[in-house]
Design a protein around this ligand. Sequence first.
Ligand SMILES: *[C@@H]1O[C@H](CO)[C@@H](O)[C@H](O)[C@H]1NC(C)=O
Ligand SMILES: *[C@@H]1O[C@H](CO)[C@@H](O)[C@H](O)[C@H]1NC(C)=O
Ligand SMILES: *[C@@H]1O[C@H](CO)[C@@H](O)[C@H](O)[C@H]1NC(C)=O
Length: 608
Amino acid sequence: MRSPWLSKLSLIFGPRPPLNWLLLCLVSVLVLVALLGSFSSDEIASVTASVGPDYSNYRRLKEQALSDYLELKNLGADRVKDFDLCGKERENYVPCYNVSANLLAGFKDGEEFDRHCEVSQDQQHCLVRSPKDYKIPLTWPSGRDVIWSGNVKLSKDQFLSSGSMTKRLMLLEENQISFHSDDDLIVDGVKDYSHQIAEMIGLGSDVELHEAGVRNVLDIGCGFGSFGAHLLSLKLMAVCIAGYESTGSQVQLALERGLPAIIGNFISRQLPFPALSYDMVHCTQCGIFWDDKDGMFLIEVDRVLKPGGYLVLTSPKSRQQQSKGSVSSPFEDFTRKLCWNFLAQEEETFVWQKTTDAQCSSKQGSVPVCNREDGQSYYKSLGQCISGTTSKRWIPIQNRSSGSLGSDELGLHGINPEDFSDDLEFWRSSLRNYWSLLSPLIFSDHPKRPGDEDPMPPYNMVRNVMDMNANYGGLNTALLEARKSVWVMNVVPIGERNTLPVILDQGFAGVLHNWCEPFPTYPRTYDMLHAKGLLSHLASERCSMVDLIFEMDRILRPEGWVIISDKVGPIERARTLVTQLRWEARVIDLQNGSDQRLLVCQKPFVRK
Ligand SMILES: *[C@@H]1O[C@H](CO)[C@@H](O)[C@H](O)[C@H]1NC(C)=O
Ligand SMILES: *[C@@H]1O[C@H](CO)[C@@H](O)[C@H](O)[C@H]1NC(C)=O
Ligand SMILES: *[C@@H]1O[C@H](CO)[C@@H](O)[C@H](O)[C@H]1NC(C)=O
């Protein structure tokens, strides 16, 4: 689809304008946009305050407009045109995980499975296509248990049951994969398992987990997410994390079911979460050799666990030798050095609890305590010291207040409670705006009558939202308050203030990410993307808006929604681009006298 003003230009210059004319017009429009964008209200204010005009903003925008123009020119090869679809081999393409390229670049000992964006720098701008049989995912709640088999990549034998209990729940019915069985035996398996874990940590049943301070769970190697799906039904935030897999990916399947998941591993680098993030880490046959690398994997688990948090391991092999109490394994040695309490074993499941005593490990002295703490654990190598013991956030999970964060807790994060509540108020009203904008688009077949409640489901169509610049997670809170059945992946961009700890402490899903790079997820895994101020932020980081928009197209499912909120300059540039990606796009001026605009888009379902 052409953007409207391009068509207008065609009218002026005749049906086939010479290429150079078109480009010239494009650049002049872009510069004009940049000029207009530069006269934001605060700048006018600064002029009238006779400080003198500040041209740096103008110059930067102009440079950006020019560089975007050059990018567009290069991309469009001989003319500015719609972009092409990638080849079939890229249907499930995840950048940065090219194992053969990593091996060629000399990575070995498992590091070839790590994320290496620098190795597979990809200059090819094409749109990742959907598989031939792709269908829009089923709506919740049924879509949690049944997915279209054509939407995910599986090899033949992966259809068959195999592996552990939480991984076994896959049955194929015609063109669907079902994660439950009619006789409910298997579903009960997951319930029993979760019940068993609750009992092992001394609770009557798993519904008490929340009260006992367990709000979020990191599920390493989650199988197909069935354990997480059960935890979500108990109002716990379970996030699946697993390495990249080219077929039968646990992360792809979990996301296709609408469950929170992200590609990640800790082969050589820390997880993209701060210290003291999770109340429970769970691993069922997650393929980690815990004894390896001098216990560095256990140190990483210790880092992300909150004090008093739990590690749950289920594996037929673990602790076989030492169950007789004879020789202790390196694993057991390590748990002692880290001051974890061994709580219980039942069958193949083992539970440890991280200490609540910040001094414990320094008293023990066998694993050093890190002397410098910093929050940004992005691309940091695995550590050999214990983190978080000097943090103000060292609060046992059992002592946490239930409900929303109080002013004391906000104080620990260095957040002014008033700012926090203003921010939330802003998001409440933004969400109302978004919803009144989107409802007629999403629910065009369900016209809303005056006085009607909002149509109940967004969950009908929107199961997840990625908030690409999440700040305190205010959009997430507003969605929950408005009883929208969605979960949010709250992304804190590198270079912005690191608010991930406060996001995780509210029991939300979140991750650090550098938006100059691709996001670690499979194509078509999000229903809605939201980005406030991200375009302006990225312009200051000097990375490419074109790359970002292509990446957004990759991770958004067909017919998914995008809301970008930013200054008028970047919004207009983004609009130009997204129409070339054939997104439906409209710019919305909130008419409140600011230079902020919304760009509301829908990605089309290209059947080809
Ligand atoms: C992975 O890297 C190899 C070697 O550099 C290259 O031939 C191949 O095309 C790459 N695969 C993808 C999907 O980019
Ligand atoms: C946590 O609560 C227990 C029991 O109420 C109390 O003894 C302990 O001091 C508290 N710990 C912290 C760090 O607040
Ligand atoms: C106008 O709305 C935008 C987006 O909702 C907001 O960021 C801005 O502060 C508002 N401006 C005024 C002057 O109210």
